[in-house]
Design a protein around this ligand. Structure first.
Ligand SMILES: [Zn+2]
Ligand SMILES: [Zn+2]
Length: 368
């Protein structure tokens, strides 16, 4: 299931930034695909691990979620399930966890294999989806946002169990405490079903917790912190694993999807990681050449217009585009200049242009 990035880099969980960097460099050097005995897949893995562990925020998140997941498989009495990658919304898996659906786990769940408490998928907390509007600049450089959200949170007094303090669980009467019922025979195929009464736990609550009426969760206003990665595009979502609604009776929480809406920025059109902008220049500048100010996401820059620039000419401003979501490089800004022809002329301008026109005419005659 989840990859162990520390193992991948061969470092301790307490490794310092410098140690991680050192380990990465050594391994990257060793497995670089350009080398004779390099390994592209291994190199990719090392790279992925380093992307997360070298980033303070991402590492913190990884540590947090990683521990939560480890706790899940370590015999939690209330049956925290492993988080299934349910409802894939094309999101960007921010935590760096590999959430791929594991068929083995699904069968383990239904056939009761290796899940002593029984894991209950039906009790899992619901996913939450919220929209977050950001500017183009924030999409280019990334952003950390904190917002408030009302959601189901595990009940404090009963630790999410739903049972009143001090009261114990009693054996479930429906399944006799096994958590499974009805061995159905389909031909020669035997199946077991999770007990619907106790959701496979084999026990039921004697006295309900008063704070949560036995649900194991309460609705609360919570602060959510989300790191929007640089390069995110309009409509893409960041998944915060386990930050959705708390599950019933301590079942695992759903996921929180933060769908990013990028506000339109006048003067910029995004095409993949490039930014396109159009400018009008007077025909005199196009003919004689000149210099003009261009708005970039990083601020204003001067653009040299060479003499004899035709309308529709494209100028490329390197690395002034959007950051690559999976890397550090940036796209370009492409400036398209349109040559503007005046519709109205003053008397003086007209005279000057007519003079120019005669000059061209005399030249033309000499060509034939
Ligand atoms: Zn039962
Ligand atoms: Zn409670």
């Amino acid at each position: 299931m989840a990859k162990d990035y520390y193992k991948t880099l061969g470092v301790d969980k307490t490794a310092s930034e410098a140690e991680i960097k050192k380990a990465f460099r050594k391994l990257a050097h060793q497995h670089h695909p350009d080398k004779a005995n390099g390994n592209a897949d291994k190199f990719k893995e090392i790279n992925e691990a380093y992307q997360v562990l070298s980033n303070k925020e991402k590492r913190q998140n990884y540590d947090q979620f990683g521990q939560a997941f480890d706790g899940a498989s370590g015999g939690n009495p209330f049956g925290y399930g492993s988080p299934f990658g349910q409802g894939n919304m094309g999101g960007f898996d921010f935590s760096g966890q590999n959430m791929d659906f594991d068929l083995g786990d699904l069968f383990g769940q239904f056939f009761g294999g290796g899940a002593p408490g029984g894991r209950s998928r039906s009790q899992k907390g619901a996913d939450i989806q919220v929209d977050l509007e950001i500017s183009l600049k924030e999409a280019v450089f990334g952003k950390t946002e904190v917002f408030s959200l009302r959601k189901q949170v595990a009940c404090q007094p009963c630790h999410g169990t739903g049972a009143d303090k001090g009261t114990a669980y009693e054996k479930c009467s429906t399944c006799g405490g096994s958590g499974k019922i009805a061995t159905t025979v389909l031909g020669t195929f035997r199946t077991q079903t999770i007990c619907p009464e106790c959701q496979g736990k084999g026990k039921s609550i004697k006295e309900k917790c008063r704070a949560c009426s036995g649900n194991g969760f309460n609705e609360e206003q919570t602060d959510i912190r989300v790191e929007i990665p640089a390069g995110i595009n309009d409509g893409q979502a960041v998944r915060l694993s386990g930050q959705g609604h708390a599950g019933k009776h301590g079942a695992s929480a759903g996921d929180l999807y933060v769908t990013v809406r990028v506000k339109e920025e006048p003067g910029f059109v995004r095409e993949d990681n490039d930014l396109i902008s159009e400018y009008d220049i007077p025909f005199t500048m196009a003919t004689l050449g000149g210099e003009m100010e261009i708005k970039t996401i990083d601020g204003r820059v001067k653009l040299k217009i060479p003499a004899g620039t035709p309308s529709g000419k494209q100028f490329v401003l390197r690395d002034k585009g959007v950051t690559n979501l999976r890397g550090r490089s940036r796209g370009d800004q492409i400036v398209i200049v349109n040559v503007e022809v005046p519709k109205k002329l003053s008397k003086k301008q007209r005279e000057l242009l007519e003079q120019l026109d005669r000059e061209f005419d005399s030249k033309k005659k000499s060509w034939f």
